[in-house]
Design a protein around this ligand. Structure first.
Ligand code: M6R
Length: 635
């Protein structure tokens, strides 16, 4: 067994080099495992909430409980049938293969009853493995790809005839994984080893929490439910054998690993509701603080620029860059579009924005002086991670903006900028977006000041950036007004969102928020595009949200609003020129006048609030919208 070789402290900078969607937890120690596992699952429910289950091991007795529905359903069941054990694994599922049923819920047992497994990811070659195992006499009781893996481990275990030592369990898992194509984060129990969990990962995050005389396994530090002070981030293709006091890690190819133990910063990981009704509400209102954290220590007043040490590039290296390519998914992709506007405007470098899911497969020709930037709140989105890996494989310098310290993306990129926005739990991303845009603005300022942005222009932006938290606070005071407006519009089933220039990404983000949590059909366009098609949708039953805060195009967007009004379409204007919309808007959300560079941040906040209050009016489950999960770790 190896003991922990090195404990490193997170010191608030991007650590250089050292560093499903389902949720997995595991516990091995001397306490009653079941409440610990359930608590961990509750914290991980944001990763998926189709079904939940756990497997407990006491002596050689393996107990299994799994239920369709939320963790609370499983917890009720456990109240009825308590089972004491000091070792266990559990899972909250976001369905990939197989419907949402009790049978398809995890954990899955091998048909010989010796192994229980929880899995996050997709086993791509499960059909062929299943065929092989069926011929070998193994049977299956679910439609999942995961059950195949439980049986494959049982098969490899049974093939060995040596004594029942702990390494035989690890070996069986390792051998099984050698035949698996796809992605996985797994935790496995074996009936013959009551004080051991074997865990492995490839493409799906898995962490080992180190507590006092106990170890935990989880897809996210949150799943440790505050019990662990230290964490081991399992890397791809590693298999760990975990006991209460020690841990042994090898690669799938059986190479011993000297792993690193990192300290958990629980302040950053805090995930309580703190009196709010929903995480989304809490996170919207945390934006002033998140913005403050994004800019803290990153501004130089003297030089009228930003200081971004984490990107690990000298000014000279940065000057060699001819193009920046941004890759991300969902809301983070919208942040990339905002970054494009800001960087092209202030730094004068051409920027391209790609969907990470497209980029990784389309073999885009890139110029050698391209810098690749990925943005990901979770730092675990598989498409974004693979886009990063593809870029690295081709030899490009890769940087990342992420909110998750120690995440896979933060570990694999060449450098980057942490958001320090605090844990984001709400499935609909809010504070992460505005913080990502704020950091992009700092980037624009930083690179801009190395190029054509004058000291005076830089000083104006610095001043604006420093006012961001206060401005966000100001806008949040509009919440009661926005809630009233939301009541009026909650009945509509179609919305249009229009914005121009840096507010087009805001329109996209506003529409996405509404879709995600209210299930309202919403489309976003650059306002000038409206006449080329979307205007056909305009009617009294289709409200349009118009963002109008960008001076350069204000007269244009005023005309766009009038064109909608002329066709009897209801208009909600989110604008810092309310007087200009008196005739054309049915409702106005008046914003403070801010430096134009702040527009994509400041005007997003009312859109988030509008979506939130509309969802509440419609009685939607805001924090757990249907079909979605927070971290998308499967393709
Ligand atoms: O964790 P990431 O920022 O990589 O996540 C990307 C998207 O999955 C995420 O932004 C998603 O679109 C959110 N549900 C948006 O609210």
């Amino acid at each position: 067994m190896l003991c922990f070789v090195k404990v490193i402290q997170f010191i608030g900078i991007w650590l250089q080099k050292i560093f499903t969607m389902c949720g997995i937890t595991g516990y091995v120690g001397y306490k009653n495992a079941s409440p610990i596992l359930l608590e961990g699952l509750r914290k991980l429910e944001y990763r998926g909430y189709d079904s939940a289950g756990l497997a407990l091991l006491n002596g050689s007795q393996l107990y299994l409980e799994k239920r369709k529905g939320r963790v609370s359903v499983l917890a009720d069941e456990m109240q009825k049938h308590p089972f004491r054990a000091q070792t266990g694994i559990s899972h909250t599922r976001w369905a990939t293969h197989g419907e949402v049923t009790d049978a398809n819920a995890h954990p899955h047992l091998s048909s010989d009853g010796n192994f229980a497994l929880v899995h996050n990811g997709i086993i791509e070659n499960y059909e062929s493995i299943k065929k092989f195992l069926s011929a070998e006499g193994y049977s299956f009781s679910s439609q999942t790809d995961s059950e195949v893996l439980a049986n494959l481990i049982a098969y490899h275990y049974a093939r060995r005839t040596d004594e029942k030592c702990e390494s035989r369990f690890l070996e069986a898992v390792r051998k099984a994984l050698m035949h698996v194509e796809g992605t996985y984060g797994i935790a496995v129990l074996c009936r013959f080893f009551p004080k051991q969990i074997v865990a492995a990962r490839k493409g799906s995050p898995l962490l080992i929490g180190v507590g006092k005389d106990e170890m935990l396994v989880s897809s996210d530090v949150l799943g440790f439910a505050g019990r662990a002070k230290n964490v081991i981030y399992l890397e791809d293709s590693q298999v760990a054998s975990i006991a209460p006091e020690n841990c042994d890690i090898v690669t799938i190819g059986n190479k011993q690993i000297d792993f690193v133990v990192s300290k958990i910063d629980w302040e950053l990981e805090n995930a309580d509701l703190a009196g709010a009704s929903h995480y989304m509400e809490k996170e919207i209102f945390e934006q002033p603080k998140a913005l403050e954290n994004a800019i803290r220590g990153r501004i130089s007043d003297d030089l009228s620029t930003a200081q971004l040490g984490g990107i690990n590039m000298t000014p000279n290296e940065l000057r060699q860059i001819d193009r920046i390519l941004f890759c991300a998914c969902g809301t983070a992709w919208h942040a990339c579009l905002a970054a494009e506007h800001l960087i092209e405007k202030y730094a004068r470098i051409p920027v391209e924005v790609e969907y990470a899911s497209e980029f990784r497969y389309r073999n885009a020709p890139l110029d050698k002086s391209t810098l690749v930037f990925v943005i990901s709140q979770s730092g675990e989105t598989i498409d974004t991670l693979e886009a990063l890996r593809e870029s690295k494989r081709k030899g490009f310098k890769t940087l990342a903006i992420t909110n998750s310290v120690g995440s896979t993306i933060s570990r694999e990129s060449d450098g980057g900028l942490y958001q320090y926005a605090g844990k984001e739990i709400g499935v609909a991303s809010t504070k992460a977006f505005t913080s990502q845009v704020a950091i992009s603005l700092l980037l624009a300022l930083y690179i801009g000041r190395m190029r054509d942005l004058s000291f005076a222009e830089g000083r104006e932006i610095v001043k604006a950036v420093k006012s961001l938290p206060a401005m966000a606070e100001e806008v949040l005071k509009l919440a009661p007004k926005i809630q009233e407006i939301a009541k009026k519009y909650a009945k509509f089933d179609d919305f249009l969102f229009l914005g121009r220039l840096s507010e087009f990404p805001v329109a996209l983000e506003g529409a996405l928020k509404l879709k995600e949590i209210s299930y309202i059909h919403a489309e976003a366009y650059p306002a000038g595009e409206m006449k080329h098609g979307p205007i056909a949708l305009v009617c009294p039953e289709c409200p349009t949200v118009v963002f109008a805060n960008t001076d350069d195009v204000l007269p244009k967007i005023i005309s766009n609003a009038q064109e909608i009004k002329a066709r009897k379409g209801p208009v909600i204007a989110i604008t810092n020129s309310p007087e200009d919309f008196e005739k054309s808007a049915d409702d106005i959300i008046p914003l403070p006048k801010v430096h134009e560079a702040l527009c994509p941040i400041i005007s997003t906040i009312p859109a988030q609030l509008l979506a939130y209050y509309i969802a509440l009016e419609r009685g939607c489950d805001v924090d757990k919208p249907r079909n979605l999960a927070k971290a998308v770790t499967v393709e």
